[in-house]
Design a protein around this ligand. Structure first.
Ligand SMILES: Cc1cc2nc3c(=O)[nH]c(=O)nc-3n(C[C@H](O)[C@H](O)[C@H](O)COP(=O)(O)O)c2cc1C
Length: 242
């Protein structure tokens, strides 16, 4: 087994990345509140399109709520045995709110020069259009048609569905950052999409238009957690050189 010199960023990253496994059975040791908070703070540093951060991270720690959400995760052992659950909630409306907050930040900044301010104003205005008129359901037939003719246009962030997909894929960067941050602290996680989205949305009273790309279980692996050898496709299938 390779030893890592954790004072070197690459070794520290690789150690965390290799430690992270989808753990489906946690022991009863709770993750410290400060540690979960630290993970959430790091997750918020994840990149997002236009820095619009169109997501919220719901930290489920109160036992009764945790039991309800775990049950809505189809009672998966990872969810039931987790110390904490993080429900990743994406919504284009959060992106719209961030655009306003970001614009106010840009205008008030004494550090940003005129060129930077002009750049951000232009970019924010563009996103406001996309998330405003662009998110109307009226665009849906056009998007379906465009995706039929040019499949690579399927991910355009327009129409009510396209903008929710856009928000969800941005949120996933925060989810992965959180899991790698957890791994760096020796905390285990399991990403889950096996849940009833409508039940979780109802429990958390999510605003209309919210989608849940993933629920993350956090905890410490149980001694008898089943952890199989990692299998991945060969790099020749993954990487295409040009
Ligand atoms: C979006 C997503 C959804 C997943 N949903 C579940 C799930 O509902 N239940 C589960 O046990 N594992 C789930 N997983 C974990 C995967 O099965 C796991 O990441 C994969 O088998 C690779 O194993 P590793 O994460 O240990 O490397 C999910 C992973 C991702 C990325």
């Amino acid at each position: 087994m390779k030893t890592h010199d954790l004072s070197r960023p690459w070794d520290a990253f690789q150690a965390a990345n290799r430690f992270r496994r989808a753990i489906r059975k946690f022991n009863s040791i709770p993750v410290l509140e400060d540690d979960v908070l630290a993970l959430l703070i790091e997750a918020a540093f994840a990149p997002s399109s236009g820095n619009l951060q169109p997501y919220q991270l719901h930290w489920i720690r109160e036992p009764a709520m945790k039991a309800c959400v775990a049950s809505a995760c189809n009672g998966q052992k990872a969810a039931v045995s987790a110390s904490d659950l993080i429900v990743v909630v994406a919504n284009p409306a959060f992106g719209k709110q961030t655009a306003l907050a970001q614009l106010a930040h840009v205008e008030a900044s004494s550090k940003l020069g005129p060129d930077s301010k002009a750049y951000y104003r232009k970019q924010i205005r563009m996103f406001q259009k996309i998330l405003g008129i662009g998110s109307s359901a009226l665009w849906s037939p056009l998007l379906v048609l465009a995706a039929l003719i040019r499949p690579c246009l399927s991910l355009l962030p327009v129409s009510h569905l396209g903008s929710r997909h856009w928000a969800a894929r941005n949120a996933v960067f925060a989810a992965q950052t959180l899991m790698l941050a957890a791994a760096a602290k020796g905390i285990d996680s399991c990403p889950m999409e096996g849940f009833s989205a409508s039940k979780v949305a109802k429990l958390l009273e999510l605003p209309r238009g919210s989608v849940i790309p993933v629920v993350i279980a956090l905890g410490y692996r149980a001694d008898d957690a089943r952890i199989e050898d990692r299998w991945r496709r060969p790099m020749t299938d993954v990487v295409v050189s040009h």
